[in-house]
Design a binder for this molecule. Structure first.
Ligand code: C5P
Length: 234
């Protein structure tokens, strides 16, 4: 794995309720070794200025707001997110082809052109829950169909389980970006993740980027934890 310093593969999940807690961690991390994921909780609490603050500190930011709305609204949200200078943002593939194409057009029109990816099926959903919302096919097929639709809309990739990465990499080609959570270093606590994969295995299975939270955020020394995981990826 080359260019890890120019294109760090680790995305640290900033799952915090306020700016002070998030910054306490961020100030210990190195932007050459990781990017940062800001999701709905932190973004709703702290707002766009915080994203700009992270960017000024040279961190690439994955704005994980999973937009899902009518095409015009999603396009405008994607423009607004792009204007914050984020590195990556996402939408729900189940918003449909037209919605994703509108998002693509909006991001292409921005001066920053962040990576634009889609969520296929939330990993909190099981087969029964999928059936309850009217999806009749099996879950794996639904994930693949939504990933193909994402590619048809010319988005850059999808969020997926590392366990789906080999199959998606094979079906969708080498250029498609696969962002995988559920990563745990060998011998680490699994927390509430049930299907975990080590960083190196995830990359070998075709993952492009690894979303990692608690193994870094709860470490006694987060920078050392980040460095150790980074070294496992080389
Ligand atoms: O602490 P941990 O490494 O489990 O955090 C993983 C991060 O990835 C969290 O922000 C979680 O919400 C997110 N995520 C996930 N599984 C998904 C999608 C996102 O764990 N399928």
């Amino acid at each position: 794995m080359t260019n890890l310093l120019h294109d760090p593969k680790i995305i640290v999940a900033l799952d915090y309720a306020d700016a002070a807690s998030a910054l306490k961690l961020v100030n210990q991390l190195d932007p050459a070794l990781c990017r940062l994921k800001v999701g709905k909780e932190l973004f709703t609490a702290v707002g766009p200025q915080f994203i700009e603050q992270l960017s000024r500190a040279n961190f690439g930011v994955f704005l994980d707001l999973k937009f899902h709305d009518i095409p015009n609204t999603v396009a405008k949200a994607c423009s607004a997110a792009s204007n914050l200078g984020v590195w990556m943002l996402n939408v729900h593939a189940s918003g449909g082809l037209e919605m994703m194409e509108a998002a693509r057009t909006a991001v292409n029109a921005s001066s920053t052109k962040p990576l634009l990816i889609a969520v296929t099926v939330l990993t909190s959903m099981n087969q029964q829950q999928l059936n309850q919302i009217g999806v009749v096919g099996d879950l794996a097929t639904h994930v693949l169909n939504l990933a193909k639709l994402t590619q048809q809309a010319e988005l850059d990739g999808v969020v997926c389980s590392a366990l789906e990465a080999s199959m998606l990499r094979q079906k969708l080609g080498t250029e498609f970006c696969l962002v995988t959570p559920g990563i745990r270093p060998a011998n680490a606590n699994q927390d509430d993740q049930s299907r975990v994969v080590t960083p190196k295995d995830a990359l070998n299975m075709g993952a492009s980027y690894l979303v990692i939270g608690r193994p870094i955020t709860l470490a006694t020394d987060p920078l050392q934890a980040l460095i150790a995981i980074h070294n496992q990826c080389v």
